[in-house]
Design a protein around this ligand. Structure first.
Ligand code: LUZ
Ligand code: MOS
Length: 769
């Protein structure tokens, strides 16, 4: 990793938005948020605030020159509130002042009166009241109604999964620099430079060519800056254009936690039908997505829940329905996995309970129903190059499942107040944006006359290491030293109409565009080399480790000598290229198609130990076999897998997003919201990249890595449930995440607690024939 930015990061020299040198006359912007979840604005008086020292302007919706609309999928989100507020934390006014202190002082002088309206927080209630952001969608395969008759056991249940704070190290922020004729240049901490450019143009009433958005790097994003960096960039740009001064808007940690949306909580109902031999014959599921107060990316996220509702399994009869429910919470947004984890979590709940009712281990049911080559997903696509069974078998043998199972059983029978649990988690994740249009990438490559190379793409570096993969592509294509290649910041001027760096596709889409651009330059370079060598056949020229060969023979030309010759002969040393994923399509009317370029597969084995006196637990091991194809940059892929797993564990075990009954976030600080630290990291965390596989559809035959490993964390939840079951054997354990130590304790003793007054447990029905 010598050519990365690790030296800058470790020395604190890597620059993020808030580290940029501050331009002369720069103003600071701060936002007045709605203090309540739902209400009608009766009065907004900014006069006193405007008179406050150092204040340049206080802006409200009426000050927006273009359209006060930042919604992208659905036009339902004002940049600044107009007549109503729909969630606590919603921006109502923007203060611009010479210092942050002055701006904050002015905030307290704004007079805001709101008549409170009832707030809906629960997605099921929202659905009952018809508060849906888009029409419900249903994916069907086979005929569930007919299939129930053939099942020997039919089991039902409810599942709840919670939100998750992104907690990127760098909070949301933007620096906006006004230019000539009302144009603006914005440095934004966004995953979606073009998305930000488009919205700023709309809000300011400008053509897109007057708005440049540039991103050097992000200090993490995890989906939280796919759509939700936009508001802060647009507010900074609005301030810059209105005040004709540079404006910086960077959220404090607590502001970021209180103002920005999170992973969607889901409530779900399922029904699963299994034959006596353990074949899952039918699965029906309804998802109630808590979208929050505006659409944001919720409909797309909901779609991915449907795509992954059967997880890593083949089920011949499926009916899955999904509701996008409008509530008065923060607009929830993209988060690593993008609705997929929520869908898979319910599938695993259904298998866990069905296994308990059948009296077999969940592993047996999981293995029996695992996807195999040619199986059809509910959306009509067939599983191809399906490595689900190999990964499962490899995990089973490599991690000594049989031995572990016996060891865990022996431990559990000899310990009454400590129990261990074991669970497999197979993952199958579709790679491509489910919105087909977004599956395109771009690159601009220059070779300078000294032989150094500059690469710009549409990909945003957010710590995931896409930069190193792009660098690797260019270095391999030219066969030059990695130190010769520089991967530039991402700018809408250099690469236009970019898709967000998201959906695990950043390296595939932009790496392939880089590949195409480099190839075009290389062809021209080879043409010149052939001329220089007085040879007829450019195809006979090859560059290997900076040395030029002709038909396998070393020549006296090398990269250093050749490139200036290309320039001297007036041949173009630059190329722009575009890549669009071939072969993908989806018909929303039929809910069938081939939405994904390919699927990522793998299996993890998870082990936990629960202290049944205290409810505390430790994650002993997560060991995964993951099919990645040949890794392009193994350190990057390993880092993504490890980080994803720990983040997945955090989502389902520790991280609890709580709101008051009035819809105010209660967990908006790091003292009330717990993310995993080294103590919650699995004692053993092992990732084995399956050997000998190839993915012809991926970058240098590799596979995308960003999101899939997060879902191995789901296995830790079911390992905890298995441990709880070992303590209090019953088939009807509630499936509510996060499974915090507090909730573990309540679950362990829920029979006894149920006798106490005022303590409610949900009763669940299971039907068995
Ligand atoms: N973002 C998006 C995503 O816009 N579409 C997707 O399908 C997606 N999938 C995963 C993560 N982000
Ligand atoms: Mo994402 S959840 O921005 O890939």
């Amino acid at each position: 990793m010598k050519h990365g930015d690790l030296d800058l990061h470790s020395r604190g020299q890597a620059r993020f938005v808030d580290d940029l040198p501050e331009p002369e006359g720069m103003l600071r912007a701060v936002v007045l948020p709605s203090p309540i979840a739902h209400g009608r604005i009766e009065r907004l008086d900014t006069e006193k605030a405007k008179q406050s020292g150092g204040v340049r302007a206080v802006l409200r919706a009426a000050d927006i020159p273009g359209s006060n609309q930042i919604g992208t999928l659905v036009a339902d989100e004002p940049l600044l509130a107009e007549d109503t507020v729909d969630f606590a934390g919603q921006p109502v006014a923007l203060v611009l002042a010479e210092s942050e202190e002055a701006a904050r002082a002015a905030l307290t002088l704004i007079e805001l009166e709101i008549e409170e309206l009832p707030a809906i927080l629960d997605p099921r209630k929202a659905q009952e009241r018809g508060e849906l952001i888009v029409a419900p969608r249903t994916f069907c395969l086979g005929d569930v109604e007919a299939a129930w008759q053939q099942c020997d056991v039919v089991v039902e249940g409810q599942v709840e999964s919670g939100g998750q704070e992104h907690l990127y190290l760098e909070t949301q922020g933007s620096l906006a620099l006004p230019g000539e004729r009302g144009s603006v240049r914005v440095i934004s901490s966004t995953q979606s430079p073009t998305g930000v450019q488009r919205v700023i143009a709309r809000v300011l009433g400008l053509a897109m060519h007057r708005v440049e958005v540039e991103v050097t790097r992000l200090g993490g994003a995890f989906g939280g800056k796919e759509d939700q960096a936009t508001a802060w960039a647009a507010l900074a740009a609005l301030g810059a254009v209105r005040c004709r001064a540079p404006v910086k808007l960077v959220l404090h940690r607590q502001e970021d936690m209180v103002y920005t949306g999170k992973r969607h909580p889901y409530a779900s109902d399922y029904r699963i039908g299994v034959s006596a031999s353990g074949q899952v014959l039918a699965y029906q599921v309804e998802f109630y997505q808590n979208a929050g107060a505006a659409a944001d990316l919720s409909p797309a996220i909901l779609e991915r829940t449907l795509f992954h509702c059967t997880g890593s399994y083949f089920i011949p009869n499926v009916k899955a329905t999904a509701y996008c429910c409008r509530t008065n919470l923060l607009p929830n947004t993209a988060f690593r996995g993008f609705g997929g984890p929520q869908g898979m979590f319910v599938m695993e709940a259904a298998l866990f309970k069905a296994a308990a009712v059948l009296g077999v281990s969940p592993a047996e049911l999981q293995e029996k129903n695992l996807l195999k080559e040619g199986d059809t997903f509910p959306y009509g696509m067939a599983a191809r190059r399906c490595s689900a069974p190999i990964c499962w078998q490899e995990a089973k043998s490599r991690y000594d499942y049989e031995e572990s199972r016996q060891r865990v059983e022996a431990f559990n029978s000899s310990h009454s107040l400590q129990k261990k649990g074991l669970a497999f988690m197979p993952v199958c994740f579709g790679i491509s944006f489910t919105n087909t249009v977004l599956n395109q990438g771009g690159a601009l490559v220059h070779v300078y006359t000294d032989g150094s190379v500059s690469v710009s793409t549409g990909a945003v570096e957010m710590g995931q290491g896409v930069k190193y993969k792009i660098l690797e592509v260019a270095a391999r294509m030219f066969s030059i030293d990695r130190g010769r290649v520089r991967v530039e910041s991402t700018s809408t001027v250099r690469v236009a109409n970019t898709s967000p760096t998201a959906a695990s596709t950043g390296a595939d889409l932009n790496g392939k565009a880089t590949d195409i651009a480099c190839r075009a330059i290389l062809e021209r370079i080879k043409g010149v080399a052939a001329e220089e060598l007085e040879q007829k056949d450019p195809a006979g020229v090859e560059i290997r480790e900076e040395q030029v060969y002709y038909r396998g023979e070393k020549t006296n030309l090398n990269w250093d000598r050749l490139i200036p010759r290309v320039y001297t002969r007036r041949v173009n040393l630059s190329a722009q290229a575009h890549y669009a994923t071939p072969g993908i399509h989806f018909d929303k009317a039929k809910e069938k198609g081939e939405p994904f370029s390919y699927h990522a597969y793998g299996t993890a084995l998870c082990e936990v130990t629960v202290d049944c006196l205290r409810g505390t637990y430790q994650v002993d091991a997560v060991k995964a076999v993951h099919d990645l194809g040949p890794s392009l940059v193994p350190q990057v892929d390993l880092g993504q897998a490890e980080g994803g797993i720990v983040q997945g564990i955090g989502w389902l075990t520790l991280e609890e997003v709580l709101y008051s009954e009035e819809g105010r976030l209660l967990t908006g600080t790091l003292s009330t919201y717990k993310v995993p630290d080294i103590h919650q990291t699995p004692g053993e965390l092992e990732i084995h990249f399956l050997e000998g596989t190839e993915n012809p559809l991926g970058l240098f035959h590799s596979k995308a890595i960003g999101e899939p490993p997060l879902m191995y964390g789901i296995g830790v939840y079911y390992a905890l449930l298995a441990a709880i079951q070992a303590f209090s054997p019953e088939s009807d354990l509630p499936v509510v995440a996060p499974l915090t130590p507090e909730r573990v304790l309540m679950t362990l003793y829920r029979d006894r607690l149920a006798g106490l007054r005022g303590f409610k447990t949900k009763s669940k029905r299971s039907v068995s024939r």
